[in-house]
Design a binder for this molecule. Structure first.
Ligand SMILES: CC(C)(COP(=O)(O)OP(=O)(O)OC[C@H]1O[C@@H](n2cnc3c(N)ncnc32)[C@H](O)[C@@H]1OP(=O)(O)O)[C@@H](O)C(=O)NCCC(=O)NCCS
Length: 174
């Protein structure tokens, strides 16, 4: 049950090709905010479908459905190709603008934390762009620790942005 919406049906499930359009639209909406990611849009359904199909077993994408509408997506992916970092995943959570602030992002991140060990991950890492207060609050509220900040790690519309690195170890107590 999510805050404020006790009577609605919620389902987190693996994404499939029919979800590509909704995933792309949610992504593009966040890109337009300028603080969520260095990625640039637009992401049409066909492009996201190809992206979904190219992800390996250890890089799944999930969606949350509410009353048959996809209102969020999340993903895990290995942070490095080096085998000794095999257990470290980068997480991603994106919630549609009109569904934010009522527990959806939190539910998606809790779900990632539950799923990650079964995929062989021992740590989740988040990369949060400068200015992304909600992205920082989402993870730190769930016990992620700020490792530090990369200075001028990438550019959004030509402007350098720092990136705060967050981590949550799934086996070692913090
Ligand atoms: C970050 C994001 C996923 C949060 O989704 P959401 O559904 O609004 O989050 P929730 O309502 O579940 O809130 C989660 C926590 O973040 C905090 N939070 C959410 N929005 C906030 C805001 N605008 N300011 C401060 N804190 C905020 C809440 O207080 C909540 O804390 P709690 O769980 O301890 O109560 C959403 O803003 C989003 O999609 N942003 C664009 C993508 C992005 O930046 N993703 C994060 C990096 S991958």
């Amino acid at each position: 049950m999510l805050d404020g919406v006790p009577s609605r049906e919620h389902l987190i499930r693996l994404a499939g090709p029919p979800d590509a359009g909704a995933i792309g639209a949610i992504y593009d909406e966040a890109i337009a905010s300028g603080v969520a990611t260095f990625a640039r849009g637009p992401h049409a359904a066909a492009e996201r479908e190809e992206w979904l199909g190219a992800r390996g077993e250890r890089a799944p994408v999930w969606v949350m459905e509410e009353d048959a509408r996809v209102l969020a997506w999340s993903a895990l992916a290995p942070l490095s190709h080096r085998p000794w970092y095999d257990g470290v995943a980068e997480y991603t959570v994106y919630v549609a603008m009109d569904a934010r602030g009522r527990g959806v992002g939190g539910a998606m991140l809790d779900h990632l934390v539950q799923q990650a060990p079964g995929l062989g991950y021992w740590k989740l890492v988040g990369m949060i762009l400068e200015g992304n207060g909600p992205g920082l609050a989402l993870a730190t509220g769930r016990g992620f620790r700020a490792v530090g900040a990369h200075r001028a790690h990438g550019r959004v519309d030509g402007q350098w942005r720092d990136v705060t690195v967050l981590e949550l170890h799934l086996e070692e107590p913090s």
